[in-house]
Design a protein around this ligand. Structure first.
Ligand code: MGD
Ligand code: MGD
Ligand code: SF4
Ligand code: MO
Length: 679
């Protein structure tokens, strides 16, 4: 039994719950029952005691004066943020009686859950909630905002989210960080690469912005947004042309290498240079480096997939280690997402079997604005939890217009009165992850973790699990699944013989050991779950799905005639919009900036430090320009998803398109165009 919660003083273990690949082991220092310090757990095999600055200051967020303490109902206009305290009983009664009426009059699909991974705890964000909404028969949410396009693209080549164990990074001699700002977003990948560098590894970073990660590289290669598949094809061209491909590996472990060899003849360095902005000599130099250095490892980031051609970008880049045979070399290969190794029993956890309408409408979360404004029959109630769409979703003005609909019954469950919560009819206070029991599985390293409650719930706040139990009761659902304990749900999730890598992890072991590594093998490429069982350089499945079967460069969609491609990326001190409402983190981040090339700035009479208006047909926002040579001409980059501040217009997503990427209905945050002018 867990005793941490009763322990008023001392140091207790925990895991970071944030949507970050590192999933760090933590040590929480308690004094008088309160968390007074957060540090890394030196015993964690991957994260080894270091953590990011964001979470080192987590205490400030947990005890922030603005944290929600009790349920509230709206008393002002939607969006105004005026609320009055109510009891949990009244809140649950208000919500469930409204929903019962909606179900009776309009059917359950008039209700839509809207959630993402503000907390990565599986029971809280894809467990009890799913049981509830499956039982209700609500509309279904297609969770496309993060990694779907790349996930689908990667799977066409590799069959699923299977890549190199990041712990092997230390052995590599060439490390290519491609479209990832790892210094900010995956710091332990940098720590591991730094160890490799001490042993002679070279670090290459390919990005549209020379941010901290680019500055840390031995060689930074700037590239035009959305052209990375062309660069990868250019590298393949040189590898084949110069005899640097690993022919025995291609013959044994891939299909389609002969077609690919023919296909990439068209991607000669001059052609690729014209597309990507990367000089032809550099393309040849990088290809030779990649073809002759072993082990070589590619870390594929999320930036690449938030484009119209995001799926194809990832599908193409992940073919590279097959050409060099690096998948079988310790410290070689590629890492995009490793979630496949820790795949658990989602049917047991989420109970899709209780849904009476398995074909209920599926709504792409990236298009929530248009969905709220245009769908017929309309969405009449939205339940938002563990997500902040008013800041993070594209076409932000439409999103807010939709949330403000007078006839929409909106409930928001969060730790704070977020921009989304300000539109709510009912606001519910959420516990932090340190107040709950939950199962955590990383999508980068191979460890699963158990979090047990470390502190008492903050005032009247409740976990997602607890809240959905209450909602089920309020709806009159007496199914046994709503009574399962947290420990039982974790055990059900981990009971999954279909995934052999999970065979050594169970609840008791997690309870004893806190974190347990999946039973991964280094020769997973010999048994890939692709249709052919091999790495698919040619994919018949893609052809059947209407894509080019071979990796192909497909240009970005024409997004209007505005002069700049706009890349609004995440920043160092926030995690998506989390922390953007905590004074300490805002102070660390200072102001929202726009990085612009000096020649572009000069042509528009913009100087460093100028406040600018950034706009397109979708909306506008105001940022402060940083002039330099960190981006190519014709590209502007912003950092961070900023909470609203009085008198400021910082919502970069007012500018971003909501059209779906090429695969999986993914987001295209980085494929929009804008204009920029001094204010
Ligand atoms: N500090 C911090 N850490 C985070 C997050 C955060 O908000 N802040 N978010 C977390 C989440 S949810 C995720 S998904 C990950 C995201 O973290 P990453 O995987 O690093 O992805 P992004 O930061 O979206 O984009 C990475 C890089 O891609 C670049 N980029 C954009 N378009 C292109 C392109 O066409 N080609 C190339 N080569 N580069 C391009 C951007 O300039 C950026 O430097 O990080 C997680 N960790
Ligand atoms: N322009 C632009 N937009 C982007 C991106 C980008 O790079 N550029 N990145 C996209 C990506 S990759 C992602 S993943 C999304 C992320 O978008 P979101 O999933 O919305 O992530 P956050 O902004 O961190 O918001 C999470 C919210 O969950 C709350 N929360 C935390 N724990 C709990 C809990 O246990 N229960 C409840 N009920 N609430 C909790 C937090 O307080 C916070 O308000 O943003 C996307 N938006
Ligand atoms: S946000 Fe990422 S790096 Fe920071 S503590 Fe959490 S898992 Fe570790
Ligand atoms: Mo994400």
């Amino acid at each position: 039994m867990n005793t941490y919660i009763n322990q008023r003083d001392g140091i207790v273990p925990a895991v970071c719950s944030l949507d970050c690949p590192d999933q760090c082991g933590l040590l929480l220092h308690k004094k008088d029952g309160v968390i007074v310090k957060v540090e890394g757990d030196p015993n964690h095999p991957v994260t080894q005691g270091s953590i990011c600055n964001k979470v080192r200051h987590m205490g400030e967020r947990l005890h922030d004066a603005n944290r929600l303490r009790h349920p509230m109902k709206r008393v002002g206009a939607k969006g105004e943020g005026k609320f009055e305290r109510i009891s949990w009983e009244e809140a649950i009664e208000t919500i469930t009686s409204k929903w019962k009426t909606l179900v009776a009059e309009h059917g359950p699909e008039s209700i839509l859950p809207y959630s993402f991974y503000g907390n990565m705890g599986r029971l809280n964000v894809e467990g009890m909630d799913r049981r509830f909404f499956n039982r209700l028969g609500s509309s279904r949410l297609d969770q496309t905002i993060c990694q779907i396009a790349g996930g689908v693209g990667y799977s066409y080549t590799m069959g699923g989210s299977y890549g190199t164990d990041p712990e092997e990074t230390v052995h590599t001699k060439l490390f290519i960080m491609w479209g990832i700002n790892a210094v900010s977003t995956n710091m332990h990948q940098v720590v591991l690469a730094e160890k490799a560098r001490k042993n002679g590894a070279k670090i290459v970073v390919i990005d549209v912005h020379q941010n901290q990660t680019g500055r840390w590289a031995d060689w930074f290669i700037p590239i035009l947004p959305g052209t990375d598949s062309a660069l990868a094809l250019g590298l393949m061209h040189v590898l084949f042309a110069e005899g640097l491909a690993d022919e025995p590996f291609l013959a044994e472990y891939t299909i389609g290498h002969e077609q690919l060899r023919e296909h990439v003849r068209a991607y000669d360095p001059a052609t690729v240079s014209a597309i990507t902005g990367v000089p032809a000599d550099d393309i040849v130099k990088l290809a030779r480096m990649y073809g002759t250095t072993s082990p070589s490892l590619v870390r594929i980031g999320n930036g690449l997939q938030h484009h119209d051609n995001g799926g194809m970008n990832i599908r193409t880049i992940v073919c590279l280690p097959a050409l060099t045979g690096q998948w079988l070399v310790p410290g070689g290969g590629a890492i995009k997402g490793n979630g496949g190794f820790l795949k658990f029993n989602t049917s047991a956890l989420q109970r899709p079997d209780v849904r009476k309408n398995p074909d209920a409408r599926l709504i792409n979360m990236n298009q929530i604005g248009s969905a709220l404004l245009e769908l017929d029959p309309p969405i009449r109630s939205l339940f938002v939890y563990t997500c902040n769409p008013a800041i993070v979703a594209p076409e932000g003005n439409k999103v807010r217009e939709g949330l403000a609909r007078e006839d929409l019954f909106l409930v928001v469950h969060d730790l704070f009165l977020t921009e989304t919560a300000k539109y709510a009819d009912i606001v519910l206070p959420a516990t932090s992850s340190y107040e709950n029991t939950d199962l955590y599985t990383s999508y980068w390293h191979h460890y699963a973790h158990l979090q047990q409650p470390v502190i008492e719930p903050y005032f009247e706040s409740k976990s997602n699990v607890e809240m959905f139990r209450l909602l089920a009761e309020g709806m009159g659902y007496d199914d046994a699944m709503f009574k399962d304990t947290d420990a039982e749900m974790i055990a059900q999730a981990l009971d999954f013989p279909a995934n052999p890598y999970l065979s050594n992890i169970d609840y008791e072991k997690l309870e004893r050991e806190q974190f347990v590594k999946a039973a991964v093998t280094t020769d997973f490429v010999k048994q890939l779950p692709t249709p052919s069982g091999k790495i698919e350089l040619y994919s018949a499945a893609m052809e059947a799905d209407g894509y080019p079967p071979l990796p192909t460069y497909v240009p970005l969609v024409h997004d209007g005639d505005y002069p700049y491609l706009f890349v609004p990326a995440p920043n160092h001190n926030f995690l998506n919009s989390t922390f953007s409402n905590n004074a300490k983190h805002v102070r660390m981040e200072k102001i929202p900036k726009l990085f612009m090339h000096a020649a572009d700035a000069e042509a528009s009479e913009i100087a460093d430090g100028d406040k600018v208006r950034v706009w397109n047909d979708r909306g506008e926002c105001e940022l402060t320009v940083s002039v330099g040579e960190t981006v190519l001409r014709g590209v502007v980059v912003s950092l961070g998803l900023w909470a609203d501040q009085p008198g400021s217009k910082h919502n970069v997503n007012a500018l971003t398109p909501d059209r779906p990427a090429d695969m999986g209905g993914g987001a295209t945050f980085f494929s929009g165009r804008v204009n920029v002018a001094r204010m």
